[in-house]
Design a protein around this ligand. Structure first.
Ligand SMILES: [Zn+2]
Length: 229
């Protein structure tokens, strides 16, 4: 940005810089990832429902979020705003249903990861719901056992490529060896992209490579986004 003409432009620029600084001050998000042919134990640190006897008010709820993402640039995602009067990606999907603009329901939850090598650490679990997704099994656990945070789960990944990758999940018996409030969680609100309707087209079509500061591009999910969960 070059010359800022007038106070309004200066103020807007200052606000933008401030927002950028705040963003870069946030702790870097650690995403839960598995290499092909490996597995890890995870402990959900948040429940799916406040009614759960194991719900922690301090930790809050895991989130199920209806989102869209650009059909080829998967990092360009945003929360669906169809309920708020309009959603640009929903319109794109209605016009070209096969292009890949459809809604995706994505689960976001803080988990404690025990990979058998490192000290257990907190990471963000993010997976789309859908056919054969492990998210369906997690929701079933919440329904049938009133809790997902009261036991360890083993998640296994088979395959490495886009076509042959699959995941499975298995729940162990409940165990009270973890106090979910002992851990510092990532703020789920910070990983959601909430974009007002009139900015959505620009948001989805934004190409990070054109930006002067490449370091500010979001790096999350770059390796796992193609996979089927
Ligand atoms: Zn939408």
């Amino acid at each position: 940005m070059g010359v800022l003409k007038g106070l309004k432009a200066i103020k807007a620029h200052q606000a933008e810089q401030e927002a950028r600084r705040e963003k870069s001050d946030r702790p870097k998000t650690t995403w839960f990832k598995l290499q092909g042919g490996t597995s890890a134990k995870v402990r959900f640190l948040q429940e799916l429902d406040e009614e759960s006897p194991h719900y922690s008010e301090k930790n809050g709820l895991a989130l199920m979020v209806v989102e869209h993402r650009h059909p080829t640039r998967f990092m360009q995602k945003a929360v669906c705003t169809a309920d708020e009067g309009g959603c640009w990606a929903c319109e794109m999907n209605a016009a070209n249903p096969r292009e890949g603009w459809h809604q995706r329901t994505q689960l976001y939850a803080n988990v404690l990861v025990d990979d058998g090598t490192n000290e257990p650490y907190v990471a963000l679990f993010s997976r789309a719901d859908g056919k054969n997704s492990i998210v369906g099994t997690i929701v079933e656990y919440a329904e049938e056992n009133d809790s997902i945070s009261n036991r360890w789960f083993k998640i296994t990944r088979k395959g490495t490529g886009k076509e042959d990758t699959s995941y499975s999940i298995m729940g162990f018996d409940p165990k009270d060896d973890v106090n979910v409030e002992d851990y510092e969680l990532f703020d789920l609100q910070n990983v959601l992209r909430e974009v007002p309707y009139d900015k959505q087209e620009e948001h989805y079509n934004f190409v990070w490579e054109n930006r002067d500061n490449k370091d500010s591009a979001p790096k999350e999910e770059t390796t796992s986004i193609n996979e089927k969960w």
